[in-house]
Design a protein around this ligand. Structure first.
Ligand code: FAD
Length: 106
């Protein structure tokens, strides 16, 4: 089975970076594709309990694919739900650009 921690870091990197470079004003096609990408996660993510919990969280918090800012915030909040579940510190969602767009990466 995959290493859940390594898979998680790689997946969050992909998702937050993709959100950071998502258009401010996406076309309907771009929105539809982003929604498909997000909705596929609970169905395909290869950590089944992670996928199930993410799917449950998404039922209460619909994806915001309206634009870069909203998507980045929505993802940050979803990641924070996982952080809290795992006993990790919450991330400041005002700093997503600094971490994933403008600033250096770790
Ligand atoms: P990660 O949580 O992987 O974060 C990577 C980097 O992202 C951090 O170093 C920080 O710079 C930045 N970051 C942290 N929080 C935020 C935020 N809120 N917004 C933006 N940037 C942030 N693991 C489990 O054990 N159980 C689960 O149920 C589980 N569910 C998951 C569900 C999904 C959809 C994903 C993608 C991963 C899940 N994981 C789960 C993995 C888990 O979230 C972590 O990726 C893993 O534990 C490694 O954690 P980490 O401390 O290295 O940093």
């Amino acid at each position: 089975p995959p290493d859940v921690e390594q898979l998680g870091r790689a997946t969050w990197t992909f998702l937050h970076t993709t959100a950071a470079y998502y258009p401010e004003r996406p076309t309907p096609t771009q929105r539809a594709n982003m929604l498909s990408l997000i909705r596929a996660l609970p169905l395909l993510y290869p950590c089944s309990h992670c996928a199930d919990d993410f799917g449950e969280d998404m039922k209460n918090n619909a994806p915001d694919v309206s634009g870069r800012a909203g998507l980045s915030r929505w993802l940050c909040e979803r990641h924070n739900e996982v952080n809290v579940k795992l006993g990790k510190e919450k991330f400041d969602c005002g700093k997503t650009d600094e971490r994933w767009k403008d600033g250096p990466t770790d």
